[in-house]
Write a protein of this length. Structure first.
Length: 164
């Protein structure tokens, strides 16, 4: 049986991509350098363009935080699809940095970031969808979002289809 593409894997999730965010600061949401795609820190943008807000351990629990991290993953996928045209243009996840806005006694940062990592493993498969990762706690994040994630991906070689 042939392997499914990242686009086909995503379609099977039944999830929807929110609108890709536009920068509100002085930065690029993504940058291509050779065969690498750098994605700036993203927050949990919902389908109505509003952000999920709150601090984990105070305003939301672990499961709500994990869902917020999944929403950040969806937002990152939206940036990729909007700007590169297809999730198939990404070969694999290299690095995920997950930042968790939480109370000082919260210690389950990796479990929160699993919301994004599990989504990526579904889209690109366990071999290519799981990369290196850091999951760290912060005393605050912009706009009181619960999770911010930045990533590094390796681009797929698609002959005759230059990435711009």
């Amino acid at each position: 049986m042939p392997e499914l593409t990242p686009e086909q894997n995503f379609a099977k999730t039944g999830l929807t991509l929110p609108p890709a965010p536009t920068p509100i600061g002085v930065y690029k949401p993504y940058l291509i350098d050779g065969k690498y795609l750098y994605v700036s820190g993203h927050g949990p943008v919902q389908n109505d363009k509003k952000l999920i807000r709150g601090r984990i351990g105070k305003d939301m629990d672990l499961e709500q935080g994990k869902l917020a991290a999944q929403q950040v993953g969806l937002t990152i996928l939206s940036t990729i699809k909007t700007n590169l045209g297809s999730l198939n243009k990404v070969k694999r996840v290299i690095k995920v940095l997950g930042m968790v806005n939480c109370t000082s006694d919260f210690e389950a940062h990796p479990k929160v970031i699993n919301g994004c990592s599990e989504l990526f493993a579904t889209v690109w498969g366990k071999e290519n969808g799981i990369g290196t990762r850091s999951a760290v706690g912060f005393g605050s994040l912009p706009d009181n979002i619960p999770v911010e994630i930045e990533c590094l991906f390796e681009l797929a070689n698609t002959p005759g289809d230059p990435l711009k």
